[in-house]
Design a binder for this molecule. Structure first.
Ligand code: ADP
Ligand code: ZN
Length: 725
């Protein structure tokens, strides 16, 4: 039997016709589907054009960055097609997640793979034959098991997810993907949509050729992920920096990428010692352990995972709030893919990279001897340039992917804290002169030790304490010397000889600086400033533990555990944030929240609305004096009568009426004529004219021979003020 509960299967059709390829579909219809199933009001970027192309039965290639919103491009058409959409996906974990997400949205979907027994597989085949499924996820290896339904009677569309796996150019080549060319032959009139986040041309071409979709329309989205703040810091004391960073963000999920297995374990241990719930993840762990760690992270049971790059593929978790690179990645593709795992929900996210020269040296070692050593080293060089940038980092990243950003992004550390240059010629001369005097035989560390006059074993052994520049730089800290040396290397004023134990050597430029009056401009280290700024910023963004968001988050977690699905599949962080802001108190209002579709309204609406009302109720006990009428407004909006409000607030009804009058005068949505008739307003208006606009309500009261109460007079006056004056 299919392991999908009846509840999950409940299917909602809100005036959506099932769609044949020959029909044309209106924009309104697409938007209705988007809202009904996915809860969103607008398409992102190119999504609509892609979907229209697919619905027209045309082959399509989608290149979109991680988190860009690729899934909807085939999931939404799938809800409109008559038959099933066959989704080819490389990883079982990824399939399961997507299927859970679809079912949570009321779309019938299942996966088909080797983890299921014969009876389960048969049940799925039957469900397809009976047209009970809209999407079926399958790994290429398991396609043979679907032989009986691989025809155009049953299949309306084929989606190839992670399509770069087909190409040996891509970084995730999977041989099983290479047989997929047969799909076009078997299903010649069925549109194929291939999707990937890998942009380069060779891979793209390979996908099109191998899938035999030469006329596929290509949709290439911008790679800019504006919501991810980019930051690079020097690697000194990075473990402590990481601990501080995470402590400033309690409850926020994140990933720390490390270069080695050992690193993942030591950092995880330090974080745990500091009370941060962390797991280490690397390829040396058993399959069971890796699965458990991944699940716990996806389910928000662990806050942080310290991992090698083996972690992340197959994680769709939309509420990863930050990614830290403890070590420098070996190329920009990897870096961008890894940071792309944060902020998929579009909310603010952070990418923090630690830069150290030791890492560069290590990565060069890894690359040396590889068959494509030159390519690897060139890529590493670009990564290094990015890390050492003194101009907008996003511009550098995007230009790597062939995209030009016109303006500086304003959301990277360089934009936020532009480096200030000063004349560093003398500093440069001291470094170069030392390099010269040690006969270009020593690495950065020793050069700095000489400058700072350190009498350690190496220095004494080599008698470097006798050279002329020994100790001339005690006024500058070790870290700062390092900072300046790196800049000289970047500017080509000296260089590292990687093949000679990383000794620093002079270049053609060096002599110009030493002897020809060539000026050198350097930037001051800004690390300290950055950190204090970060602390300040994070203080303002921290969500207090008693906030409505936290309460909604806890409720989400509880529901997720009950349903055994990841919390972010119940609602994304972005959706909770909007609930916190809008505070929906009725079904209609709840449905206006982005991320709330029809099924989620039906299944979760009541509980979340109750939580919001309860939160407002608890705030009522201690209302702020000035905002007391706003509390009344919240209760009014939830449909309570004046009497009920007065009872709940333990305030007299005239007070509540006076709130209503003020709210109406302030332009809030009050149905004022529920409380007073037009005739009564007219009468008060008449009195106002006759009495020559008195200030005291008592004058009106007496004018009406005490037959109209104060509340009514007050209400009428606010209507008059708004409508007649
Ligand atoms: P990708 O597969 O490209 O990495 P996803 O398809 O997982 O990205 O989408 C990333 C996130 O963006 C998901 O949480 C998804 O629900 C959300 N999303 C997609 N389209 C929209 C949209 N039009 N409006 C709001 N959120 C969207
Ligand atoms: Zn920038």
């Amino acid at each position: 039997m299919l392991k999908i509960s009846q509840k999950q299967y409940k299917y909602v059709i809100l005036g959506i016709k099932l769609y044949r390829m020959t029909d044309t579909v209106s924009e309104t219809q697409l938007l209705t589907s988007l809202k009904t199933y996915f809860g969103y009001d607008r398409f992102r970027d190119k999504q609509q054009h892609i979907i229209e192309n697919v619905l027209e039965g045309k082959d399509t290639l989608v290149i979109m960055p991680t988190g860009g919103g690729k899934s909807i491009c085939f999931q939404l058409p799938a809800t409109l097609f008559k038959g099933v959409t066959l989704v080819i996906s490389p990883l079982i974990a990824l399939m399961k997640d997507q299927v859970d997400g679809l079912n949570a949205n009321g779309i019938q979907a299942a996966f088909f793979n080797s983890s299921q027994d014969g009876a389960e597989q048969q049940a799925i085949v039957n469900a397809i034959i009976n047209a009970e499924l809209k999407l079926i996820y399958v790994a290429p290896e398991s396609l043979a098991g679907l032989e009986n339904i691989l025809n155009e009677t049953h299949i309306s569309c084929v989606a190839i997810d992670e399509a770069h796996c087909i190409s040996s150019w891509g970084h995730d080549f999977r041989p099983s993907y290479q047989q997929l060319g047969f799909l076009k032959k078997t299903l010649p009139n069925t549109p194929i949509i291939a999707l990937t986040a890998t942009a380069d041309k060779a891979t793209r071409q390979d996908i099109i050729e191998q899938l035999k979709i030469p006329s596929a329309k290509q949709f290439i989205s911008s790679f800019d992920r504006k919501n991810i703040e980019l930051e690079v810091r020097p690697a000194d004391g990075r473990a402590n920096q990481i601990i501080r960073f995470i402590k400033q963000r309690p409850n926020e999920s994140g990933i720390v990428y490390c270069l080695s297995r050992k690193n993942t374990e030591t950092i995880a241990q330090k974080l745990n010692q500091n009370g941060i719930n962390t797991d280490a993840y690397h390829a040396g762990l058993s399959f069971e352990d890796r699965t458990r760690i991944q699940e716990d992270f996806i389910f928000d049971k662990t806050q942080v995972v310290c991992a090698t790059v083996a972690f992340g593929m197959g994680i769709d978790k939309s509420n990863v709030r930050w990614v830290i690179h403890h070590n420098m990645p070996k190329n920009i593709e990897g870096y961008y893919q890894e940071i792309g795992r944060s902020g998929r929900d579009g909310l603010k996210a952070n990418a923090l990279l630690f830069h150290s020269y030791a890492d560069v040296i290590q990565l060069r070692k890894f690359a040396s001897g590889a068959s494509n050593e030159d390519v690897q080293i060139a890529k590493l060089e670009r990564m290094k340039q990015f890390s050492e940038a003194t101009t907008c980092r996003r511009k550098i990243l995007l230009s790597y992917f062939g995209e030009l950003l016109e303006n500086n992004c304003g959301n990277c550390d360089v934009c936020k804290n532009p480096p200030k240059f000063f004349d560093g010629t003398i500093i440069a001369q001291k470094i170069l002169s030392t390099i010269k005097r040690v006969k270009e035989q020593e690495a950065t560390g020793t050069i700095i030790d000489v400058l700072r006059g350190a009498r350690n074993a190496t220095i004494l052994e080599k008698a470097l304490d006798h050279i002329k520049t020994f100790g001339i730089g005690r006024d500058i800290s070790w870290k700062d010397w390092q900072h300046y040396t790196i800049q000289l290397i970047n500017q080509g004023i000296c260089e590292i000889a990687f093949h000679k134990n990383n000794a620093l050597q002079l270049t053609a430029f060096s002599n110009k600086v030493l002897f020809d009056g060539f000026k050198v401009f350097l930037t001051s280290p800004i690390e300290f400033k950055e950190q204090t700024k970060a602390v300040k910023e994070s203080k303002t963004r921290r969500t207090p533990s008693n906030s409505l968001f936290e309460r909604l988050r806890k409720l989400r977690y509880k529901i997720a555990l009950e349903e055994n699905i990841p919390a972010y599949l119940v609602f994304s962080d972005a959706t909770l944030k909007e609930m916190e802001q809008i505070r929906p108190m009725s079904a209609d209002e709840f449905l206006t929240i982005s991320g709330v579709g029809q099924r989620k309204l039906e299944v979760y609406g009541e509980e979340f609305i109750a939580e919001i009302l309860d939160f407002i109720g608890s705030k009522i006990k201690k209302p702020k004096k000035t905002n007391t009428h706003l509390v009344t407004y919240e209760l009014y909006k939830s449909g309570l009568s004046i009497e009920n409000i007065s009872e709940q607030r333990q305030l007299k009804t005239p007070t509540i009426y006076s709130h209503i009058a003020k709210l109406y005068a302030d332009g809030k949505a009050i149905n004022i004529y529920d409380f007073i008739t037009k005739n009564e307003v007219e009468a008060v208006h008449q009195a106002k004219i006759e009495l020559n606009n008195p200030t005291a309500l008592k004058d009106y009261f007496e004018y009406f021979n005490e037959q109209m109460d104060y509340s009514k007079i007050r209400l009428a006056l606010s209507v008059i003020e708004k409508e007649f004056l």
